[in-house]
Design a protein around this ligand. Sequence first.
Ligand code: ATP
Ligand code: MG
Length: 477
Amino acid sequence: MTIPTEVQQILTSLQEGGFEAYVVGGSVRDLLLKKTPKDWDITTNALPEKIQEIFPKHFYNNRFGTVTVLTDSKKATLKEIEVTTYRIDTEYSDKRHPDNVEFTEDLKQDLARRDFTINAMAMNDDSIIDPFDGQKDLADKVIRAVGDPGARFAEDALRLLRAVRFTAQLNFTIEPKTLTDVTAYAEGIRVVSHERVRDELVKLIMSDHPEAAFMLLEETGLLAMVLPEVQEGVGIGQNKHHIYNVFDHNIKSLQFAAEFDYSFQVRLASLLHDIGKPRTKQKKGNDYTFYAHDIVGSRMAEKLLRRLKFSNDTVAKVTHLVRHHMFYYDVGKVTEAGARRLLRRVGKDHFADLIKLRIAERKGSGVPKAEPYRLRHLQFLVEKAAQEPVSVGELTIAGGDLMKELGLKPSPQIGGILNALLAEVLDDPKLNEREHLLKRAAELKDIDPDKLKALGEAAKDAEEQKREDDIKRKYHV
Ligand code: ATP
Ligand code: MG
């Protein structure tokens, strides 16, 4: 791994203009680790005006004095290269952004403002500038603050989470003094915006070592501040089917989801699937129950995901997965119609992810009950079921047909008839024929509304809905 041509050209142009120029920060760290950097940053003693002159194709962010140089590269990571003038950050009165940037002629001062030694190196084709022994810490696999850790965390509290996130991405440990101060200054994370916290959590969750990182978050007190709902599970023992407490089980499930390279949303659902357990735990004989933890947990998940400003899509997906993670099936008992009803409830689009969540969750329980053959059997049944209609939208007739053919007016009766038809089609997919359904609809149109409703409930899963409503009332969620 070497400096790519596009980046080298920028270094060369700056040097030919009489300036110093280096690749800096995370890009150097990743290069030395033989990883491909996600972005390339260049630092130079040329002032922003000069940089803009040398590179006509650029845009300029006045507030931070950063010039983004545009290249002709086809690669996303090389299209835009950030070039910044050596600088010193002054006061951080909001614990997040320096109030002012001040330029300097001294590269070492620029490196000194960076967070960790492994991120405080500069490099070009003839030298590596490493005043804080970042290369040694890279070799020792250690995250160490540049300068006094406490002071650096007090300046910018986001660094607290960055420290933990790098342990997860790099499989490093935090050096003892730095770790002590992460704990001492953990409270500072409260002033960091939810979006920034979210972005760090995403990187941590998408890393290869999220379990260890979550243990660190817990030990340092950061977890209680950024994800108190996950913290609630710490030390909460479970029933005889589990060897781990709720928190350990959640983070082990996440770890397996990472090892199976599941998507971000499935990983997040794995982490959150049992967060409802502490609030629903009840003693029963010599054991415990967690009745309705799926419902309570999905509501807690929704709140926390909204607080952290996750996208609507992620909120919807993850809460849905948490809500349905308990789906019951028994290889001996589940019928094809049963598989279709399960699909109807869970949705065709979500089933594959729900199976993944179940696999991660079973592995994360630490007891050899995962029985993948049972899941494979269910998957087979469901794949078959997915060929058949499982929702009103998949019937061969729609509301418009009922109005046209039967002269019905727009009214709840139409939905009632369609649901009753779906209930019959879930039992026997062959009935999804236009002629047949119109004939049945003509019969259903004259029956008593209460009876129609009862027929449709089979498809609507009214039992589930009622259970959900009761639980929400009981737990005020
Ligand atoms: P990645 O790009 O993998 O998220 P990175 O270390 O490259 O990690 P960037 O946000 O790209 O992070 O920042 C580039 C460099 O800027 C860092 O390597 C570090 O030198 C410096 N830096 C970034 N954020 C901070 C911060 N909060 N405090 C001090 N220095 C920082
Ligand atoms: Mg970077």
